[in-house]
Design a protein around this ligand. Structure first.
Ligand code: GLC
Length: 553
């Protein structure tokens, strides 16, 4: 029997996460900027789609030089997005519709306009001086490499007022907080406690490896033997004390060997979830080649993770689509296939396009890609607009190209705002992916639309907890283009089949049981009876199937 109660306790293992930015989602007061009032009006759309957890990108007051990731006050709401009252109303509606809400926790750095930094930079004696990392000279053993090549000249900036350098792993206007300082650690805990008290179910933790990094901080200023992972453990324990089922979902784009530590190794007492950056990149390489082997390799190299932990799968997020874990040659293959123009690429490692434009609007391919992402062992994560196949606007600078306003209707300003389209927070794409062609309203009434397909996919994924919970294995079917994954949990077995190639295929799947029936749960294939422990199936070009494997009684 399926152990349903467990799926509620460890809700994140089967969550369907939906990332959105309040300012680009829906505007309720006609100023052209999305707000909590507008978001609240659309909670039912998200509940109807079936997502279970909304991830809010930063909605705090900001100097707005990094789209909200440069926070000026961790305890408040950006006034452009509404009041605390509006936030609370949104939370009440989300809770009523059964949706959890998590939010970005940006504490590796603050804005240089934050009161803490303004105080810190005033004098070397300031009481907040050591909240940031200051040095007389750029240390030899400090951190190396910039995150935004071309936009950042280094990670230390000289401050003329007090004649010292401060550390910033990101832009110069984002000074890094000093976690070796216990007051900083206490303050971060307070921020977490504050937002948990407002009803959040956890956080997407920004830039975790940088947050934990102590390089560049003078050894004498670090507490003797301080292990930053102890700190992460403390944070997890704290969050659990305040809210037993809250999670920490970390942005940790590191090689597999280093990921396990961030889960807390076998103790599983650090991050609850990590984004599967490597799995994501492997899917793009596999799609570029029409060959599933890169995904097989990524799945085989994945570390064992603690029982309660999970990966979050995704195909797109709000940043450049990073391909940094591929080799140069592999990355060039993906660039050639999905973003050949220099303007489509960013930082030499990523793409600033959304998936539907990369695939030339090919619906079959697009659905195969999302079906595959949902079939990866982990919790599927969507970036707003993916459910309707929104495209990007390359006329907008760098990473912001994919952060255009949500396209609700084909009407003026896409139903995003009552202000004229020219006053909308960011310009919409035009052409085939503009609001006239791609919008929620028209897809809602079309049973074959991507939106309605997603609703079915999400319903199916929710009813297949074995993907998040079970043991998975790659089934070898002797055809490199076809990826067959089998998941077993309790008495349930699910099997997904994805054809990465543009050629139809016929494969024989070894089942491990003598006789069984494969029931297609997403497509319309008739039940397949397996004989001699093998099922033979035909799969279309870019085809996909989700089977329940039912052994003969
Ligand atoms: C993370 C965010 C990115 C932001 C950076 C600095 O990588 O995803 O959008 O610019 O952190 O906060």
């Amino acid at each position: 029997m399926l152990h349903v109660p467990a799926t509620a306790d460890l809700w994140w293992k089967n969550a369907i996460i939906y990332c959105l930015d309040v300012q680009t989602f829906a505007d309720s007061d006609g100023d052209g900027i999305g707000d909590f009032g507008g978001l609240t009006q659309h909670v039912d759309d998200l509940a109807g789609l079936g997502v279970t957890c909304i991830w809010l990108m930063p909605f705090y007051p900001t100097a707005d030089h990094d789209d909200g990731y440069d926070v000026t006050d961790h305890y408040a709401i950006d006034p452009r997005l509404g009041t605390f009252g509006d936030f609370t109303e949104f939370m009440a509606v989300a809770r009523d519709r059964g949706l959890r809400v998590i939010a970005d926790l940006v504490v590796n750095h603050t804005s240089d306009q934050h009161a803490w930094f303004r105080e810190s930079r005033k004098s070397r004696e300031s009481r907040h001086r050591d909240w940031y990392v200051w040095q007389d000279a750029i240390p030899d053993d400090g951190p190396e490499g910039v995150v935004f090549p071309g936009e950042q000249s280094g990670v230390w900036t000289f401050d003329t007022e007090t004649g010292q350098y401060y550390l910033h792993r990101f832009y110069h206007h984002q000074p890094d907080l000093n976690i070796a300082n216990h007051q900083v650690r206490d303050e971060i805990a307070k921020v977490i406690g504050f937002w948990l008290a407002q009803g959040l179910s956890g956080f997407r933790v920004d830039a975790v490896p940088f947050l934990l990094e102590l390089d560049g901080i003078d050894a004498i200023d670090r507490e003797i033997g301080m292990d930053p992972h102890d700190y992460l453990r403390d944070l997890r324990a704290f969050i659990q004390r305040r809210n037993g089922d809250a999670i920490l979902l970390g942005e940790v784009n590191l090689p597999f060997e280093e990921q396990r530590r961030f889960f807390g190794d076998e103790d599983g007492d650090e991050l609850t979830m990590l984004f599967d950056f490597i799995g994501m990149q492997s899917i793009y390489l596999a799609m570029a080649r029409g060959d599933a082997r890169p995904i097989v390799r990524a799945l085989r190299q994945r570390p064992e993770i603690p029982d309660d932990a999970a990966y979050a799968s995704f195909l797109r997020n709000h940043d450049e689509l990073t391909l940094d874990k591929l080799t140069d040659g592999e990355r060039d293959e993906v660039f050639a296939a999905f973003g050949p123009e220099p303007d489509m690429q960013l930082y030499g490692r990523g793409l600033r396009r959304r998936l539907p434009t990369m695939l030339g609007g090919d619906q079959q391919w697009l659905r195969m890609a999302y079906s595959l992402m949902f079939a990866m062992p982990g919790a599927p994560t969507l970036f707003y607009g993916e459910e309707i196949g929104m495209g990007e606007n390359l006329a907008i600078e760098d990473r912001l190209a994919v952060r255009t306003p949500m396209q609700w209707t084909s009407g003026p300003a896409a139903g995003f705002t009552t202000a004229p389209a020219t006053a909308a927070f960011r310009p919409f794409p035009d052409g085939d992916f503009g609001p006239e062609e791609v919008n929620v309203a028209s897809q809602r009434t079309d049973p074959d639309s991507l939106l309605n397909w997603f609703e079915r996919l999400i319903r199916l994924r929710k009813s297949a907890p074995e993907i998040g919970w079970g043991e998975y294995r790659v089934v070898d079917v002797g055809n490199d283009a076809v990826l067959v994954l089998q998941y077993c949990w309790g008495d349930r077995t699910a099997m997904t089949v994805h054809n990465l190639a543009t050629r139809a295929a016929k494969v024989s799947i070894p089942l491990g049981v003598e006789t069984a029936t494969l029931r297609d749960r997403l497509g319309s294939a008739s039940p397949i009876a397996a004989k001699d422990a093998t099922a033979s199936i035909k799969i279309a070009a870019h085809g996909y199937h989700w089977f329940a494997v039912e052994p003969a009684p």
